[in-house]
Design a protein around this ligand. Structure first.
Ligand code: PLP
Length: 422
């Protein structure tokens, strides 16, 4: 049963309520390993589902365009203060609707249409909004892209420096969606300084690890830090932009009125709760457990003959090329889902296959660690993955269903916030 319970919804709209209950059960019964997903706490869920959704508050605390901000102002101020304290930044804007709009606000703050942006190529692990061609950021600006080295699977800062010197970008993005290794923020900062570019660290994937001390912080290196709040940071769907004092006003103006209207106050409250949680000793332990799990899982997968991009991981994320297993990413991901292991198909660097049918899979351990799984369970997870991939090659559906049952049996012992077996 969903927690908090949804009796009014069940009465008013049983069709929708049933779908939500089914989703809660699905989230409980699966090893959720989509690297960008997590389980928020019951407290975050409660904050996100409140009457705050009723309120309009265009502007910023103390400078609003609507009346009635007596309680909204302190809520947003709490979120901002907690973000500043947690990450140690001068300024935080908690209003972006999600990670993509947050990045677009950064373009609006610093660039004019046609200006050059240097970002990681999407198929190499970057994000659409770092200047990929199908994104507005690639259509309206002049994107230049770096990748990873074919030999090491890691970012080659010499390549980044050469590109930056040649192309003179106004903005440089570091961070990505499929980067299993530590980002060298200091190295990027040196390059940005040399060419006079604004450095943006997009820590959407690793924000929780940074907050918990399990990944180096970009603070002091990047001029601007963007992040989603719903990945390793374990908050509601939303985003933040953090800056030095120098860039605060440009970024605030870009978010509102540049790009957005009223902030989503129920989300702001959920972000405030998540930021408070992320400042605790418990969360520190969590962040380190996420990384320990990923390293243990990566080692177990390598032992079972999986080929990992860059050979392993430093963070929560693993990128595997399944070519050696005789299967492509998409059919493998579908089979794994049937086996109770949820992840996504993904391009691997230098992938000879098409983006919609690539060679790899991407997985992460953020949600598993929230459930309480540790290194101890990772060899079993790798064994199930191996079994499922092998079964997929042979169209052996019975094995997939058996693994799904074994996964369910394991997860009964690891409660999930947002659900209780009734
Ligand atoms: C997830 C992600 C985003 C976009 O976030 P959305 O909330 O999906 O718009 C941006 N950048 C990076 C690096 C991400 O991983």
């Amino acid at each position: 049963m969903h927690v908090p319970p949804i009796p009014s919804l069940t009465a008013a709209d049983p069709e929708l309520a049933t779908l939500i209950e089914s989703e809660a059960t699905r989230q409980h019964d699966k090893l959720r390993m989509i690297a960008s997903e997590n389980y928020v706490s019951a407290a975050v869920l409660e904050a996100s589902g409140t009457v705050l959704t009723n309120k309009y508050s265009e502007g910023y605390p103390g400078r609003r365009y609507y009346e009635g901000q007596q309680f909204i102002d302190p809520i947003e101020t709490l979120a901002v203060t907690r973000a500043r304290e947690l990450f140690g930044v001068d300024h935080a804007n908690v209003q972006p609707y999600s990670g993509s709009p947050a990045n677009l606000a950064v373009y609006l703050a610093f660039l004019s249409p046609g200006d050059t942006v240097l970002g990681m190529a999407l198929p190499m692990g970057g994000h659409l909004t770092h200047g990929w061609s199908v994104s507005a950021t690639g259509k309206w600006f002049n994107p230049v892209r770096y990748g990873v080295s074919a030999e090491t699977g890691r970012i080659d800062l010499d390549e980044v420096r050469d590109l930056a010197r040649r192309e003179h970008p106004k903005l440089i993005f570091c961070g990505g969606t499929a980067v299993p290794r530590t980002i060298d923020f200091a190295g990027f900062a040196e390059i940005a300084r040399e060419v006079g570019a604004v450095l943006v660290a997009d820590i959407a994937h690793i924000a929780g690890l940074v907050a918990g001390g399990a990944h180096p912080s970009p603070v002091g290196h990047a001029d601007v830090i963007t992040t989603t709040t719903h990945k390793t940071l374990r908050g509601p769907r939303g985003a933040m932009i953090m800056t030095t004092a120098e860039h605060a006003s440009a970024v605030d103006k870009a978010v509102f009125p540049g790009l957005q209207g009223g902030p989503h106050n129920h989300t702001t409250a959920g972000i405030a709760v998540a930021l408070r949680e992320a400042g605790t000793e418990d969360f520190r332990r969590y962040a380190h457990q996420v990384v320990a799990n990923a390293k243990a899982l990566a080692a177990a997968l390598v032992e079972r003959g999986f080929t990992l991009s860059s050979g392993g991981t430093d963070n929560h994320l693993i990128l595997a090329d399944l070519t050696s297993k005789g299967i492509a990413g998409k059919p493998a991901a579908q089979a794994l889902d049937r086996a109770g292991i949820e992840l996504n198909y993904n391009t691997v660097p230098y992938d000879p296959r098409k983006p919609f049918d690539p060679s790899g899979i991407r997985l992460g351990t953020a949600a598993l660690a929230t459930r309480g799984l540790t290194e101890e369970q990772m060899p079993q997870v790798a064994a199930w993955m191996d079994e499922a991939v092998t079964a997929a090659v042979k169209d052996d559906e019975a094995t997939l269903d058996r693994v799904a049952g074994e996964v369910r049996d394991l997860l009964v012992c690891y409660p999930m916030p947002g659900y209780t077996a009734d």
